[in-house]
Design a protein around this ligand. Structure first.
Ligand SMILES: Cc1ncc(COP(=O)(O)O)c(C=O)c1O
Length: 379
């Protein structure tokens, strides 16, 4: 079946009892057993819940995986994926990486004996060069947040396999509609389902997908032991959002492409980072490993004052962190999403004070460009 058909049907066929065409919302903490030792397959919602299971089956299929485990947020899913390695392991991470992931790694997991190195993985050979005898995992974001740098996921998967490392990819920016890292040899795909999967900015969620039985078992153990699980209602809403993922992603991309082209020719814009532009240094890789370019882009103006004027002047783009909802958002990475990264590390990664990130929504694109035009005129 095609992607849109799977998105609408997998895990959520009509209810056998009633014929309801949407999955029931199983708002229950616990499940009664028929008799001691004989349940109907569910016992307690931290361990499993039918609405959550439907979401897990659905996203697993969309990512081309056999197993998925849903979490209460993207960082909870990332934490679980990283905790599939033993304490004392070394992990190679893309530079830059989402600020919340960086904070989790540096301020939390480091204290439990994990060690992280950050490398510009736009050249896969730099990943190979960073491997040490203790390296056990490569954790990649592609495209990276917020600079839209790509990682050649097939090449990194090959390096990871050669050295016996796990390869984890955060696929939040592209969604499985535009990119399927498991098909490129990745071991675990993680998402902040807060973003495109749900698509309506009304919940937090995360999910980890794999094809490997042992990793799936470990992820389930972490899910039910740490207990960072989503509510049945959030799973239900996410399933509802996913039904329109294909049409939303097409529109996000169409709008983002037009916005990128508009920004590219604007005299006050010094750089535009969008993999769909021919001048993006990895445009060919983008065409090869993704089936589209998504709705996220960043651009630069001349310094903090100009960036401040632009973000404060926008009227349709709401000034807010997060991304992937139907409404357009703007944010200033240095002071918002990536503020937890020390200034010198951030600037070394190219996240300067003039950088602005857009999550291009699915409003009328003429209105979005008009909004940007008016804001840039004031800068
Ligand atoms: C690429 C990426 N990964 C993970 C996360 C974390 O997700 P959550 O906020 O759902 O914990 C975010 C949040 O912005 C993100 O942008």
């Amino acid at each position: 079946m095609g992607f849109a058909t799977d998105a609408i049907h997998i895990g959520q066929g009509p209810d056998p009892e009633t014929g309801a065409v949407t999955i029931p919302l199983y708002a229950t903490s616990t499940f009664a057993s028929d008799e001691l030792g004989r349940s109907k397959g569910f016992d307690y919602s931290r361990t499993n819940n039918p609405t959550r299971q439907a979401l897990e089956q659905n996203v697993a299929a969309l990512e081309g995986g056999r197993f998925a485990r849903a979490f209460s947020s993207g960082v909870a899913a990332i934490c679980a994926a990283v905790m599939t390695v033993d304490g004392g392991s070394h992990i190679i991470v893309t530079d830059p990486v989402y600020g919340g992931s960086y904070r989790l790694f540096e301020q939390v997991l480091k204290g439990y004996g994990l060690e992280f190195s950050y490398v510009d993985a736009s050249d896969a050979e730099r990943v190979r060069a960073a491997i040490t005898p203790r390296t056990r995992m490569v954790y990649m974001e592609s495209p990276t947040n917020p600079l839209m740098t790509l990682v050649d996921l097939r090449a990194v998967s090959d390096i990871a396999r050669e050295h016996g490392l796990l390869h984890v990819v955060d696929n939040t920016f592209m969604s499985p509609y535009f990119q399927r890292p498991l098909d490129l040899g990745t071991d675990i795909v993680v998402h902040s389902s807060t973003k495109y999967l749900n698509g309506h900015s009304d919940l937090l969620g995360g999910i980890a997908v794999t094809n490997d039985d042992a990793l799936a078992g470990r992820l389930h153990l972490l899910q039910r032991s740490i207990g960072a699980v989503p509510s049945a209602f959030d799973c239900w809403l996410t399933l509802r959002g996913i039904k329109t993922l294909a049409v939303r992603m097409r529109q996000h991309q169409e709008n983002a492409m037009q916005v990128a082209r508009y920004l590219e020719q604007h005299p006050k814009v010094t750089a535009v980072y969008y993999p769909g532009l021919e001048r993006h240094p990895q445009h060919n890789l983008a065409k090869r490993q993704m089936s589209g370019f998504g709705g996220m882009l960043s651009f630069e103006v001349d310094g903090l004052d100009a960036a401040r004027t632009v973000v404060n002047s926008l009227r349709i783009f709401a000034l807010a962190v997060s991304l992937g909802g139907v409404e357009s958002l703007v944010e200033h990475p240095a002071m918002m999403s990536h503020a937890s990264i020390p200034r010198e590390v951030r600037e070394h990664s190219g996240i300067r004070d003039g950088l602005i990130r857009l999550s291009v929504g699915i409003e009328d694109v003429e209105d979005l460009i008009g909004d940007l035009d008016a804001a840039l005129a004031r800068a």
